[in-house]
Write a protein that binds this ligand. Structure first.
Ligand SMILES: Cc1ncc(COP(=O)(O)O)c(C=O)c1O
Length: 388
């Protein structure tokens, strides 16, 4: 007799789709002949000075439970980092360390979304945020960016048209994954005005804030929001410090919600690995030259990919201002998930299908260019027969 594997599983969990990027990557995750450009990470390992700081912290015995909101040294360091970057005061009471940006998003939806509520997501966007809304029994609503000659642009009306009395959250990810879109200051202000008036939370995912090409840092909601505004910013050590495998992020939030977030930390993770947090203090203190080198690495990758993709007649692509993704449309490709699977088998290159990022991503593919130029050239050589 076969057991009903769905028995007793909440419908919200039972019905979750396996993330489409994983549907592609699991075809060949351990196959070294495939060039893996499907995930959002570089080929650079965490720099030695950060790894050494983790070793030292372990050797010093930082192996115990610790403060739920993060060790005070790291929260203070993040406060100073934020103040330095944006020229704002940032008390450590407004900062909570999380075991990754992803966990931060999940806990925020646990805090804000009740069954029957909805969250408006500005997309195309990284799929995991939508899934967190679904897990809570909420309804994710899509507010599309516009694509035109200027690339991707924000459409406030598309957002407000999706809002009603059950809207609790507007999730906005700038610089954006997969588009590389960067929200302008006036657009942030207009959205903040709307959310202040309606009492809706802005959950601003700014994990790519440092991966920008023509300015030191992307505009942040932290520059315009008052400390008590309904704004929570998600950040992460993953991208700019090459620490994807460490699972380390942080939230910046109004002080009044700190007790609720503290409880959610207790009941989700009970805190973030102590020795990793000590290493993160070092990453912030000594990491600026590394962050700059990471941006240069991505800039080189962006140039290689831009040259190659613009030579392909079926491909429509505009070089992004930020983040490390080429998001491009392919004429005649009507099922990006199937096509991405085919590319794994036939070209030995792993890309993310556009539909992973919402329905408007059909016809598009995402390629992560945070890689060595030789790797990217080889990838494009392999892709060309299938894309030209
Ligand atoms: C937009 C966005 N937010 C959050 C994350 C998660 O980052 P972390 O590695 O800290 O979970 C990612 C990772 O790809 C991302 O692209």
């Amino acid at each position: 007799m076969t057991a009903n594997i769905q028995a007793g599983i909440r419908p919200q969990i039972r019905d979750l789709e396996t993330q489409q990027i994983l549907q592609v990557s699991r075809l060949a995750l351990d196959d070294p002949s495939v060039i893996p450009l499907w995930y959002g990470e570089s080929d650079v390992t965490t720099p030695d000075f950060i790894k050494a700081a983790a070793d030292d912290a372990l050797a010093a015995g930082h192996t115990f439970y610790t403060h739920k909101h993060g060790i005070p040294e790291l929260r203070e360091a993040l406060g100073r980092y934020t103040a330095g970057l944006y020229g704002v005061d940032m008390a450590m009471e407004r900062i909570t360390v999380t075991s990754s940006g992803m966990t931060g998003i999940m806990m925020l939806m646990q805090m804000l979304i009740d069954a029957g509520d909805n969250a408006v997501l500005v997309g195309p966007v990284w799929p995991n945020a939508q899934a967190t809304v679904e897990i809570m029994g909420g309804e994710p609503r899509n507010a599309p960016l516009r694509f035109g000659n200027e690339g991707w642009t924000f459409d406030l009306e598309a957002v407000t048209a999706q809002c009603d009395e059950r809207t609790r959250v507007i999730f906005v990810n700038s610089p954006g994954n997969p588009t590389g879109w960067m929200m302008r200051r006036e657009e942030q202000q207009a959205l903040l005005d709307h959310c202040r008036e309606k009492g809706i939370w802005i959950v601003a995912d700014e994990v790519y804030a440092r991966i920008v090409y023509d300015r030191p840092v992307a505009p942040s909601f932290l520059e315009i929001a008052d400390p008590d505004d309904p704004v929570i910013v998600i950040n992460s050590f993953s991208k700019a410090w090459a620490m994807t495998g460490w699972r380390l992020g942080w939230l910046t939030h109004p002080e009044r919600v700190a007790p609720f977030i503290g409880n959610l930390i207790e009941y989700n993770t009970s805190g973030t690995a102590t020795f990793l947090q000590h290493a993160a203090v070092t990453a912030l203190r000594d990491g600026e030259p590394f962050v700059e080198s990471m941006v240069e690495h991505c800039r080189r990758g962006r140039a290689v990919i831009g040259d190659c993709l613009s030579a392909l007649p079926r491909v429509r692509y505009r070089s992004p201002d930020a983040a490390f993704y080429a998001f491009f449309a392919v004429d005649g490709m009507d099922n990006s998930l199937d096509f991405a699977k085919r590319l794994v088998h036939e070209a030995k290159v792993g890309l993310a299908p556009g539909t992973a990022f919402g329905p408007e991503g059909e016809g598009w593919l995402r390629l992560c260019f945070a890689r060595a130029p030789e790797t990217l050239e080889e990838a494009v050589d392999r892709l060309t027969p299938l894309l030209k």
